[in-house]
Design a protein around this ligand. Sequence first.
Ligand SMILES: [Zn+2]
Length: 562
Amino acid sequence: MSYQVLARKWRPQTFEEVIGQKHVSQTLKNAIKQGKIAHAFLFSGERGVGKTSVARILAKALNCHSKPEPTEIPCNTCPSCMEITAGNSMDVLEIDGASNTGVDDVRILRENVRYKPARDRYKVYIIDEVHMLSKAAFNALLKTLEEPPPHTIFMFATTEPEKLPDTIISRCLRFDLKRIATQEIIAHLERLLKEEQIHISKRGLFLIARAAEGSMRDAQSLLDRILAYCPDAVKDADVEELLGRVDRSYLYKITAAIAAEDPEGCLTALNTIYESGFDLRQFYYAYLEHVRDLMVAKVSSGSLAWMDMPEEELKEVVRLAQTVSAEKLQRVFRLWYAAEKEINQSPLPKVALEMCLLEMIHAQQSIPIEEVLQKLDELQQKIAGAPGAHGPVWSSSAKSTAPAGKHEPVKNPAGSEYTAPAEAAEQPTNMVPEGSLGKPDESGFLAFVRQRNLPLASQLEHGTIRLQGDRELLIELTADSFFLETIKDRETGDKIKELCEEFFKKQMKVTVVPVKKAPQLTGSQPKELDRKKKVRDAMHNPLIQKIVETFEGEIVEVKTDI
Ligand SMILES: [Zn+2]
């Protein structure tokens, strides 16, 4: 007997069997019970969450022979139900939108729609990936949807509902299917494995469920692959290997080496990963996620059960997080995050990773700037005697990154040419000015975002921000930028808008513009202007003013990539 893939064998056949979409199943069951049957349904959601399965169950429910009218519990044994399960029903036609995109296909469909069902109550058209239809095809379809024959029902499934014309969407009863929660996938896989009499550890199942990213179909196909790979007994190591997942212990080793400022330990761990044959780019993302986990564990005090990882892994992350300071973690995250492009583009990703790791350790060994300044303060006080003489007084804010009270107010040394601008002198010595105190311009906004949402700021820094009048913020990114899509995303857009409103104290329009070349690299003049602007902005920071003044120096260049 031929092997039937798990996704097919375990495809839900009733509304009760649909996992993770109770909101959809319940609404459909109620509609059937009340006899309120729409002529067009739209099921949207990520791949593998059950869109076509729900459509098929609905088709069965409408055409089942077990009752004189549609039933919310299809029998799955009558000819109609069985034919729909097998995919050969005369009255339930499944059309793949991806391969029937033309207007002619839809025209044929429109011709057919006029005919009554051959045997069952309704003629059902299930069109999968409906967003792939051409514009002309949509127009043709729309005519049918406007006046559908009473015996015809359309069910559309799509992963990209935003590509559908509004005129189509407005004529459908729409259901958005959710990604399936990891725990729900695990529970289903456990049931399935019990029936199949196969054992996989909880951790193995967890890895599969997480890799499936909310798609039941993906989880089941992964399981198929794993069972084919190790037909006798499945070990966790097999699952990890097949998923191409970096062994967590390597990630822990690297973090421990960073915490201990041990460059050799770091490089050895990286080398082991390399020699084990793991994809280093995949390792890069795995480690990024690991640092994020550590940061979350560091700042959270309550239960971390929502962190979506096996219990023993969570314990290890919490333990490890306690060994590294929050500042160190933040620095590691920043450096690692900034290295993405380099690692992805480098023909030698191992070298790029090694350099990044060494930089992390090196950065830790350098003394924090607050400490240097404090030492300078002390030195000045010794030289100049008691504080409180002439010159501007440097105020130290409680919001300073240094512990409160660490900075004693000191006077400006005599003979310095520096005169503090009144506006700047009143600013707190924060590295990043408070939103209300920062200048309401592009750089002030960026500094504000950096303070509120560091990952978002890092993304924005890949492009250029411009104020267009006083109501619009333009974000220019090169058309091939990795971050273009992320920033264009509606959720990110909303976040930017919120931050704008908070910073500029008014509602702003946010427009993301793809540009051909990197906007800052056109010609030497804009580059020079840009340099001057950066220097100007840097001089607004009291901490930097203090350094420039103490060393009687000037700012030559501002590097923002660290
Ligand atoms: Zn039936």
